[in-house]
Design a protein around this ligand. Structure first.
Ligand SMILES: [Zn+2]
Length: 495
């Protein structure tokens, strides 16, 4: 007995003096459960997480929010599948992102109840004046002799970009400061903010009086590692294509006769490219994909007019299907007009009048996973975008516009840049100095297909907040039950 207790003391004593390592395994913004181009997907990610967990002294697997929406699958189950899969992955901790509110706060609460991992939402206050049911403001983990406190924060922009009716969001820095103080007075050595916040908000948390040590963020889909000697800040891109590993070494050193806690981060960004998918997770993901496949064949509604998405049609002139897509986009973000590129419409086929449209039809027409963003432009910028749209029609360029809410005439024989002859917006002549809101896709908003003019526009709904174009069109057709899009002079060639 004597020997055993002596041994215990001998083992315990150096433990406190030895540095302890904690691996924070971070992802954010993942709504796609399957891989894409041999990267990402939960099965590959799982392999990496398991590998890191096995190698780490201590680890915490964190999710920076945005998962239950806007995937195609979430259109059927409001994101239940993703909670199930993260339960399976034994996620340690998640924070609410704006997309967690896309189906309304009641669904947010349902999903939280299904999660077997803690969900943080320190600044999200429900209509009852308390935290959203099931969420925590903070969470702590004992790591060897040290205590690590986590605070969960969500962007206060959420009510503008999602459907969080009744939920209010308290200021970030102030909330973080109060909770950091609480955590530290309750013994936390290190304070980590798990936040779904935009880059400007991230920098406020990192540079401001937030009291945090480490920020694990999301929302921007950026890959970031930052350390200024005092605070660290990371974001892991999106879709679990890479796992962000922050290895934190914690230690106690003597300074001026006092024992002082010190820590230091080391960053590793590990790609899922070339990683063997985890078999168990792959099987589970596949059952959901099979389910999705069945759901895709369900008819949404009928088109009583014929549709033509052949390549030369959508890149050469106004089409009924282009009008249908543009109408759904315009309505989806409540914009004055919509413009979308013919190159983004890919079905390359015709549909007879009376065809029942399935989700698969819409998905195959809009396969890129583009999202509908909302911009604010001047009349002059709108005209420039339309001139650009018809500038290379003779080459069959993908930029050819399908529109909603506007009607234009244009001349094929005029020189590029001088082809647009007239434009009216909702029946009124275009005013150069007026402001208009435009629904377009995130590809074009970033200057894709040469729409550089849109990069100069003010963004009202950005890609991080946006919904998928395909889902918007599906919802539009399903809500209508029957659609009858026609070529009606929206993009009318005069020669
Ligand atoms: Zn977000």
């Amino acid at each position: 007995m004597f020997c055993a207790s002596l041994l215990a003391v001998a083992l315990a004593a150096p433990a406190a003096a030895e540095p302890v390592k904690l691996s924070l395994l971070h992802i954010n913004d993942l709504d796609r459960i399957e891989e894409s181009k041999a990267r990402g997907g939960l099965a590959r990610l799982m392999t990496l997480v398991n590998r890191e967990r096995a190698a780490a002294e201590h680890s915490v697997f964190t999710h920076g929010g945005d998962s239950i929406s806007p995937s195609l699958l979430s259109g059927f189950d409001k994101g239940a599948h993703i909670i199930d899969l993260f339960n399976e992955a034994e996620l340690d901790l998640m924070v609410l992102g704006n997309h967690e509110f896309d189906f309304g706060a009641a669904v947010t609460r349902e999903r939280i109840a299904e999660a077997r991992f803690p969900v943080l939402g320190a600044n999200a206050i429900d209509s009852t004046g308390t935290l959203i049911e099931g969420t925590l403001a903070t969470w702590t983990r004992e790591v060897g002799p040290y205590t690590v406190g986590f605070i969960g924060l969500t962007t206060p922009e959420t009510p503008e970009i999602s459907s969080a009716e009744g939920v209010t969001f308290k200021p970030l820095v102030e909330t973080a400061r109060g909770l950091s103080e609480n955590l530290r007075s309750n013994g936390a050595d290190l304070v980590v903010a798990l936040a779904h916040t935009g880059i400007v908000e991230d920098l406020e948390l990192v540079n401001g009086d937030s009291g945090i040590d480490i920020l694990l963020s999301g929302h921007d889909h950026l890959e970031i590692t930052y350390y200024n000697g005092q605070r660290a800040f990371v974001e892991a891109g999106s879709q679990g294509e890479k796992l962000m590993v922050v290895e934190v070494t914690m230690d106690t050193v003597e300074s001026r006769g006092k024992q002082v806690f010190v820590w230091e981060p080391q960053f590793r960004i590990v790609s899922t490219a070339g990683v063997e998918p985890d078999a168990a997770m792959a099987a589970k993901v596949q059952t959901y994909l099979d389910q999705l496949s069945k759901e895709l064949d369900v008819a949404l509604g009928k088109s009583s007019t014929p549709l033509d998405s052949r390549r030369a049609s959508v890149r050469g002139g106004e089409t009924a299907i282009g009008n249908l897509i543009a109408d759904a986009m315009r309505q989806g973000v409540n914009a004055d007009v919509a413009i979308t590129n013919g190159g983004g419409i890919r079905g390359d086929k015709t549909y007879d009048a009376g065809t029942s449209l399935t989700r698969r039809d819409i998905q195959s027409e809009l396969p890129f996973g583009n999202r509908t963003v909302k911009l604010q432009v001047s009349g002059e910028q709108l005209l420039e975008a339309l001139e650009h749209g018809v500038s290379r029609v003779e080459e069959g360029a993908g930029r050819f516009p399908s529109t909603s809410g506007l009607a234009m005439t244009w001349s094929r024989s005029a020189a590029p840049g001088e082809r647009v002859k007239s434009v009216s917006v909702n029946g009124q002549p275009l005013e150069m100095t007026a402001t208009y809101t435009v629904a377009t896709n995130d590809f074009m908003a970033k200057g894709g297909d040469g729409y550089v003019i849109f990069t100069e526009a003010k963004t009202l709904v950005d890609a991080a907040a946006a919904k998928y174009m395909a889902s918007m069109v599906m919802d539009f057709v399903a809500a209508a039950g029957e659609v009858a899009p026609k070529v009606e002079g929206r993009v009318a060639a005069v020669d």
